[in-house]
Design a protein around this ligand. Structure first.
Ligand code: MF3
Ligand code: CO
Length: 287
């Protein structure tokens, strides 16, 4: 027998969303330090150590470390690895690689989760286009994180953006997720779907949207370590992720330093303001 899965989306108060923003900023700043550290010759364990140090220096805790036995503070997924690559001291980055770095932090009990794919040295135009397509699809989905939308509106916006960018594989076996007082919460957020379907979104909900796309097919293989997920056809993959809160004023991208304002300006769907600037309660100097 299985326990019945939760089928309601956690709704946070504005104060709780402000706490999630603080966790999100820790993740944003950590990913920025990591992206700047990426270069030929560095190992993925070096990156993991930097991440753990940054997260703890902010007073937060790496949420991946120990999660279902996961042994590191980041996932480091190189080239044909899609997600959940485990950092290792023997995994040295080389010129022309692409690396997806996924990072999560918990602060005062609230979670932030985000990922970026970055170039190692000089990469090909094809790999750059893959990364750009994935990031554009993420932002197309984030722009649909509006009160009154349905989950399928986000999923379908992601899917359509990928299709519009080129003949990429859209990974179906892994999804985004609800997020809040736990990293992985109801609902799953697929990177494909039908507009007008799925749960209705309301202010106070938060989602981690995370497209994973490939230069080939969509089939995946999990390696014997129980974590690393690679493309079945060895094509290269990209992965971008943000944590977004649904607010009365529109999407608030909690893991983007500017709350998403600059990127969301390019997409607006029915809100007067493209992104809110809600100050955390009792703090007038919100970022
Ligand atoms: N962002 C990843 C996800 O949502 C989290 C990595 S899972 C972990 O799947 F186990 F590594 F923490
Ligand atoms: Co996630």
């Amino acid at each position: 027998m299985r326990l019945r899965r939760k089928t309601t989306i956690q709704v946070k108060s504005p104060e709780q969303i402000a706490s999630m923003r603080e966790a999100g900023l820790v993740v944003a700043r950590t990913l920025k330090v990591l992206a700047d550290a990426v270069r030929p010759g560095i190992t993925t364990t070096d990156l993991d150590r930097i991440a753990e140090r940054e997260i703890r220096a902010s007073g937060a805790t790496p949420s991946f470390l120990g999660y279902q036995g996961y042994p590191a503070s980041i996932c480091a997924s190189v080239n044909e690895t899609i997600v959940h690559g485990i950092p290792g001291p023997a995994q040295r980055l080389r010129d022309g690689d692409i690396i997806s770095i996924d990072c999560g932090a918990v602060l005062d009990g609230w979670h932030g989760d985000a990922a970026v794919t970055v170039a190692v040295g000089q990469i090909t135009a094809e790999d750059q286009a893959l990364m750009d397509a994935c990031e554009a699809a993420l932002w197309a989905g984030l722009a649909r994180a509006l009160p009154g939308s349905r989950l399928g509106d986000i999923s379908s916006a992601v899917e359509r953006a990928v299709i519009a960018s080129g003949p990429y594989g859209i990974v179906r076996e892994y999804t985004g997720h609800g997020i809040g007082s736990a990293m992985h919460m109801f609902p799953d957020v697929p990177n494909f779907g039908e507009p007008g379907t799925g749960p209705r979104l309301t202010a106070g909900m938060a989602l981690a949207i995370e497209p994973m796309i490939t230069r080939g097919g969509e089939r995946t293989i999990e390696l014997a370590d129980g974590w690393t997920v690679v493309t079945a056809d060895a094509s290269r993959a990209a992965h971008f992720e943000h944590t977004v809160a649904i607010t009365p004023d529109g999407p608030w991208v909690l893991t983007a330093e500017d709350g998403g304002i600059s990127r969301l300006r390019q997409h607006h769907h029915g809100t007067k303001r493209p992104a809110p600037t809600i100050p955390p309660k009792g703090n007038s100097s919100a970022g």
